[in-house]
Write a protein that binds this ligand. Sequence first.
Ligand code: RUB
Length: 363
Amino acid sequence: MRGKYRALWLDKDENLVVLDQRFLPFEEKTVVIETAKQSLEAIANMTVRGAGVIGNVGAFGVYLASRDANGDIDKIEELSKEIRESRPTAVNLSWAVDRMLALTYKKRALEASALIETLKDEAIKIADEDCIRTQKIAEYGADIIEEIMLSRGIDSFNILTHCNAGWLAIVDSGTALAPIYEAQKRGINIHVWVDETRPRNQGANLTAWELSKAGIEHTVIADNTGGHLMQQSMVDMVITGADRVARSGDSANKIGTYLKALAAKDNSVPFYIALPASTFDFEIIDGVEEIPIEIRSEDEVKFIRGLNSNGEVEEIQIVHSSSSALNYGFDVTPARLITGLITERGYCEATIEAITDMFGDLI
Ligand code: RUB
């Protein structure tokens, strides 16, 4: 497989190995996934997360299903459909599983061993294509950063991002973080405001870890801080990834993204969504009405994980036992609040016309 950074790879026995994101940034552990069921669990319990990587693990899950089922098409289909349902919002999962299943049907006449090999190669291909797509997003995004700097005559740049949309979320350099990595390569003086992203803290735990490893200057902020920073002209651009983008440009991303877009609009701060084409759901027009929003366990709100004073990882309760909590995983930012989409095909306005023009061949 291509790429410098890897959230997943195959071991010598051709099992899937993933970085266990539940333990970052405190421990760097890996998990070996040997069966379709294990791939489903890894997606559902957020061992892996982020739209792109969920898609990759889904694709490798279909390959593992073919191995579990020794090429039995009905069994592969049954296991794959379960994987497809393991998380509802990120469309990359169903996109990748459907692509793998289409190939399975096409190659159904192959002997079991050849079918397994074919599906393994296809899952690798999807991951490799993501590397190319995210590199393009990096370049187009960094061009936009340079344009904004030039037009405003500034020599340093402050970006705010929400959740994690780096290489942990999509190989090989992420979506939202890809232009930031590219800006660093181009020698741009960049600083990133990292939303902590309650309840699971993907910003504090994952984005900050990625940026630290890359030596990129960043500051973690509580989720409610962004609006104030924007009013004080401390944010030059907001950029996030996405889990599902409707044909109209309405974009689902981690809960809280919508509020950042509102604050950005009110303060004339450019607000961009970075995504590969596999994150579009061309069937959906009205994202607010139609994109399924995952509801996760209330315990993710009621408990928090961190290092205690002995340096041990510990989970503690932060809400009274008698209180209930509600945990929507995502929200939808209407297209009218989005300055533009940064895709592997270049900048695209968040309108049905522009999206249809640029991606018509995929619709
Ligand atoms: C992840 C999330 C990320 C997008 C972007 O949510 O909202 O911003 O998935 O991913 P979760 P990508 O942590 O609940 O999976 O970079 O693949 O577009």
